[in-house]
Write a protein that binds this ligand. Structure first.
Ligand code: NI
Ligand code: NI
Length: 136
């Protein structure tokens, strides 16, 4: 079922919003607002105890053997929270790893932080997403 509701806001704020969503390619305000609401609900999931899903990406030099060992140890320690991982050899030296993580928000966050803060990692990013169960 679809509900409609009216929103009152400052016209300059609305103009800025319209400009932003046009740039992002939304066709109308409803779609943009739906996504904002879903994003807030996902943020809220990460504050709860329920299962969540995330993606960790890390870039490092495989010349540093201690990084490779540390990453393997960490992934075996948290094997229950790792759904899958992909390793790409970017060039002669650099590796990209994409690790899909799942579980309780606290555990998953700790694992992501530990992966990204492993000594020698050149760049780490974490996307906190959702199992989708709590969203329409
Ligand atoms: Ni292994
Ligand atoms: Ni590699």
């Amino acid at each position: 079922m679809i509900s409609r509701f009216g929103v009152s806001l400052d016209s300059e704020l609305l103009r800025d919003f319209d400009r932003l969503i046009a740039r992002k390619g939304y066709r109308n305000r409803s779609e943009a607002i739906r996504d904002l609401i879903r994003e807030s609900l996902v943020q809220e999931e990460w504050r709860g105890e329920g299962p969540v899903v995330g993606v960790v990406t890390i870039v490092y030099s495989h010349d540093k053997r201690e990084i490779v060992d540390a990453l393997t140890d960490l992934q075996h320690l948290y094997y229950e929270n790792i759904v899958s991982s992909m390793h790409v050899h970017l060039d002669e030296e650099n590796c990209l790893e994409v690790i899909i993580v799942r579980g309780r928000a606290g555990d998953v966050r700790t694992l992501a932080d530990r992966l990204m803060s492993t000594k020698g990692i050149k760049h780490g990013r974490f996307i906190a997403t959702t199992t989708g169960k709590g969203l329409r």
